[in-house]
Design a protein around this ligand. Structure first.
Ligand code: NAD
Length: 698
């Protein structure tokens, strides 16, 4: 194993270099921290050494803890970060940290344990632990406030958002910005410190500054954070630690931080957030498409259809600097689509989140076209026309006729069979589904749908493309609704059954919102519009199985012309210009009548039943998708829900949530609901894992 730390004395300066690629993770097991400790001890005894310089080899100072060591027992005989920092606080020779790039989490805690810091421009510096439901547990909540004051520390630690070098300099985290070569600049800085006889300056010996009355400050922050981060315990614990930095001696506050860290690590919320973090990485792994599969180059793109989805899809590409040609059926529709894109960017410019210059550059990468021959050079063509098989087939024949060899031909269909679409082309291996979610320029999820014949390098290229355009790609197989929509269909259907049996929309929505969704199913329906689903149901009426349970409530509501927010009324009513849903006695009467018409005696339905029935429908269909190998792994389904459906991250996703409840308990509840209908028959995988006491996510 190469030595992750090198030590060298240069002009009386003990230079300790971190060399643990790719991000200089502070691995305990690999001896990174022990190596730093040993080097410091060596330099302390060396009379030739007058100070220390700690510097990252490569483009990072340190990305923080080694995530592969999470949850594992500590390596015996090796120093951890807390041991090292405690020792550093006793060192009597000045120490400088030189930051060469990302300095995150434990990396920043390490840098804060030195006495002076220099950095090159553009470093990202922060304590992101809160995003994993924990807190910086090696003094980060104690040393950062002592350097930057309580207010800034609370903002940085409770959001986990980093600051850049310039800001870090203003805040006092960084003492000097180095231009040019970091090593040379840092050594010059050290020389100056020596010349000026600068002493050690322990962060732990400083006092945390608070503007005004500390009690008033922390009381107000507690109220704000409790509201802003509902469901997440870590931000409040971070705040409590910063408060401890004001009110307790350093050693006591460090013990407090440790204790709060231990509490947080054990919470379901933290386990869920860590699951989400690892699940996102796991989603990139595809069993039969190895990571070294060659990818095709995507330097230019084309989108067919400039409607709701096409416009948003095109924006993703130009945001990433990739030129896009957008093809429409008529100039008028093209103009309309471009107007919407322009207004979208204009709104971002108006909010100050994009410069006019950047907007102009992006608009300059877009070109509207009306004929297919103009798409012949595109590396990828994405179809986003009407959701009708015949239209799609016509478009794919045209795409096949003009696209250059090796171009990827993608469809944004939500429901149609990709294999059937691919079959009209002479190159089904180049065809893939790229299922964006609305609004396509905002939603992070991209379901990548592989057809039976999709080539491996087309899959690999699509997964890479997702990252290029800042999406989270999840590979799924062909079925009606793919992963996300097939599951959500069962969720909405069950919510409909619940109101038919005795609940009201406001009760169902409240329960799901208390669970953590931003909006319950009926508020979502009102927001999305009820008319599209109604039109689909009317079309399906002739072929619907009469033996299947069907709730007519949605149809009755649409028959009143109530299509949701856009008509001022749906499951709720709305005051003009206000999106607040107001429960409507007219709807309650309509629902009661619908139950009567269906011969259902209404009953009180508990909150628990609502939660279980909505959630376990998601879970059961998720398990079916695993049975059918439409989804590769349970954690992929969780990612689909976290990034495509606003599933609360602190619950980890529907499959992880089921794991936290315990699959035997889930199966037991499903057995209780079995008399309600066939949707409660457990999927084979769920039944098996429940019987074994197993989990979806291992
Ligand atoms: P839309 O009606 O807003 O836009 C479709 C556009 O395609 C229209 O502008 C139309 O003029 C254009 N078009 C139709 N036929 C064409 C042709 N032959 N050549 C060129 N342009 C043509 O529809 P949308 O909501 O953007 O949906 C597009 C696709 O995306 C559908 O397959 C839909 O299922 C899928 N999708 C929609 C959503 C959503 O929430 N709207 C989400 C995911 C996927």
């Amino acid at each position: 194993m190469p030595n992750p730390i090198s030590y060298q004395v240069r002009n009386h300066i003990g230079v300790i270099t971190l060399d643990n690629p790719p991000v200089n993770a502070l691995s305990v097991g690999k001896g990174v921290l022990q190596g730093i400790l040993d080097a410091i001890k060596e330099g302390e005894h060396d009379t030739d050494v007058r100070m220390f310089l700690l510097i990252g080899g490569g483009k990072n100072f340190s990305g923080g803890a080694d995530i592969t060591e999470f949850g594992k027992p500590p390596a015996p005989g090796m120093a951890n970060l807390r041991d090292l920092l405690a020792y550093m606080d006793t060192v009597t020779k000045p120490m400088v940290a030189a930051l060469s790039g990302p300095t995150m989490g434990g990396g920043l805690e390490l840098a804060l344990g030195t006495h002076y810091r220099v950095a090159i421009a553009g470093c990202q510096i922060g304590l992101p632990e809160v995003k994993l439901g924990i807190l910086p547990g090696a003094g980060g909540t104690q040393r950062l406030p002592r350097l930057v004051g309580a207010k800034t520390a609370v903002a940085m630690i409770t959001t986990g958002d980093p600051v850049d070098t310039d800001r870090a300099k203003v805040l006092g985290i960084v003492d000097e910005v180095v231009t040019g070569d970091l090593m040379a600049g840092a050594l010059d800085y050290c020389k100056r410190l020596l010349k000026e006889g600068k002493p050690v300056r322990r962060t732990s010996a400083l006092a945390t500054a608070v503007d005004g009355d500390p009690d008033a400050f922390f009381t107000a922050e507690r109220a704000r954070i409790a509201k802003e981060f509902r469901g997440y315990p870590a931000p409040l614990e971070c705040l409590a630690c910063v408060e401890a930095s004001v009110k307790l001696p350093f050693e006591d506050a460090m013990r407090f931080e440790r204790q709060r860290f231990e509490v947080l690590v054990a919470t379901t919320e933290s386990k869920s957030l860590r699951h989400a973090f690892f699940a996102e990485r796991a989603a990139n792994k595809i069993d039969d498409v190895p990571e070294d599969t060659p990818v095709r180059q995507i330097r230019s793109a084309a989108v067919i259809g400039a409607g709701t989805m096409g416009g948003g899809i095109a924006m993703n590409f130009v945001n990433a600097g990739i030129p896009v040609k957008v093809l429409e059926a008529t100039q008028e529709r093209l103009d309309k689509g471009f107007d919407i894109i322009r207004n979208n960017y204009g709104a971002t410019v108006a909010k100050g989140r994009l410069t006019q210059e950047a907007m102009d550059k992006r608009m300059g990468l877009l070109e509207g076209v009306l004929t297919y021959d103009q798409l012949k050079d595109a590396d990828i063509i994405i179809e986003a026309v009407f959701e009708e098989m015949d239209v799609k087939k016509t478009v794919f024949r045209e795409m096949d006729a003009v696209a250059k060899p090796g171009a990827i031909l993608a469809t944004n269909t939500s429901t149609l069979d990709i294999d059937e679409i691919a079959a009209v082309t002479a190159r089904p291996g180049d065809v893939i589904g790229l299922h964006f979610f609305s609004p396509a320029n905002v939603m992070r999820l991209l379901e990548i749908v592989r057809g039976a014949k999709t080539a491996h390098d087309v899959i690999a290229t699509s997964m890479k493309l997702a990252r290029t355009i800042k999406k989270v790609g999840v590979l799924v197989g062909v079925c009606d609704g793919f992963v996300g929509n097939r599951m959500v269909h069962a969720y909405f259907r069950e919510a409909g059954f619940l109101i038919e049996e005795g609940a009201l929309p406001q009760q169902v929505d409240r329960v799901m919102e208390e669970f953590g969704f931003a909006m319950g199913p009926f508020r979502v329906s009102d927001l999305a519009g009820l008319d599209i689903g109604w039109a689909i149901r009317k079309r399906q009426a002739a072929t619907r199985n009469p033996a299947e349970r069907y709730t007519a409530i949605g149809d009755r509501i649409c028959e009143l012309g109530r299509f949701g927010q856009k008509t001022g009324a749906g499951y709720y009513r709305y005051e003009p210009g206000n999106r607040k849903p107001i429960p409507d006695p007219e709807i309650e009467a309509l629902i009661v009548q619908a139950s009567k018409d269906a011969g259902i005696a209404r009953r009180d339905i508990s909150d628990q039943e609502i939660l279980e029935r909505c959630m376990y429908q998601l879970v059961n269909v998720g398990a079916q998708l695993l049975d059918e190998r439409i989804a590769q792994r349970a954690s992929d389904i969780d990612i689909v829900y976290l990034y495509g459906y606003g599933f609360p991250r602190f619950r980890g996703g529907p499959m992880f949530y089921a794991d936290t409840v315990g699959l035997p308990a889930v199966a037991e509840a499903m057995a209780r609901y079995a008399p309600i209908g066939p949707q409660w028959k457990p999927a084979a995988l769920l039944a098996k894992l429940a019987a074994e006491g197993g989990r979806f996510n291992r």
